[in-house]
Design a protein around this ligand. Structure first.
Ligand code: HEC
Length: 187
């Protein structure tokens, strides 16, 4: 009984948002892709940490993250990536639109909004093509502090320094916004 009430409530909520912006199904689709991407990545990360510790797991982020992003994208028709205001890999640099959204997320966090649910989407023109863009904030969990926290193990720090001489993605605390998933699809 309770479940059906919840289902009805959710349907009303979502159909409301569909009517409001006309792209409710795109948002739902994007959320699904993020869930899949994050699930695979976190699974690989946890496996790497368990079998070889953080130094081994670095290669998961280094090699597997872009691969998983590409694979998830290919299967879904979305272009999928990660970005941040403080980058580890310069290749993940935000474009102007992403930069504005990342700053907007920080403002929303400062105003007390829950980071785990933070997202933003908009239809924009990119190279003359109407494109649906979606971003979802990535909260910093405890696990992440092994490689993005303030005190890294010396061997972890060394390994990251070697791979990413311009690394800025340290000094995070649990609950901070580490960055965002960023998705786009031509309409
Ligand atoms: C074992 C070390 C390690 C752990 C643990 C780790 N990361 Fe990373 N992270 C990296 C490396 C290495 C990169 C660079 C990846 C690349 O080259 O694209 C990275 C990149 C990122 C990026 C892309 C933006 C950028 O700075 O280049 C985000 C976002 C990110 N990590 C979030 C997280 C989150 C959230 C967690 C916890 C759930 C986490 N990371 C845990 C090592 C780690």
């Amino acid at each position: 009984m309770k479940k059906s009430i919840l289902t009805v409530a959710l349907c009303v909520f979502f159909s409301g948002s569909v009517l409001a912006d006309g792209h409710g199904s795109m948002v739902a689709d994007a959320r699904g892709v993020v869930k899949q991407f994050f699930g695979s990545l976190k699974g690989e990360l946890e496996k790497g940490m368990k079998t070889g510790g953080p130094v081994t797991a670095i290669s998961v982020c280094n090699v597997k993250a872009p691969m998983i992003a590409e694979e998830t994208g290919k299967n879904s028709g979305w272009q999928v990536a990660r970005t941040s205001l403080k980058l580890r890999n310069p290749a993940n640099k935000p474009d102007d639109w992403e930069l504005r959204v990342l700053n907007y997320f920080e403002k929303r966090k400062a105003a007390g909004e829950d980071v785990t649910k933070m997202e933003y989407s908009k239809v924009v023109s990119m190279d003359g093509k109407q494109t649906f863009r979606y971003m979802k904030a990535i909260p910093t969990a405890k696990l992440c502090l092994n490689c993005h926290g303030t005190k890294l193990k010396p061997e972890v720090a060394r390994s990251i320094d070697e791979l990413y001489p311009e690394d800025k993605a340290r000094g995070y605390k649990a609950g901070d916004i580490r960055g965002a998933f960023t998705l786009q699809k031509i309409l």
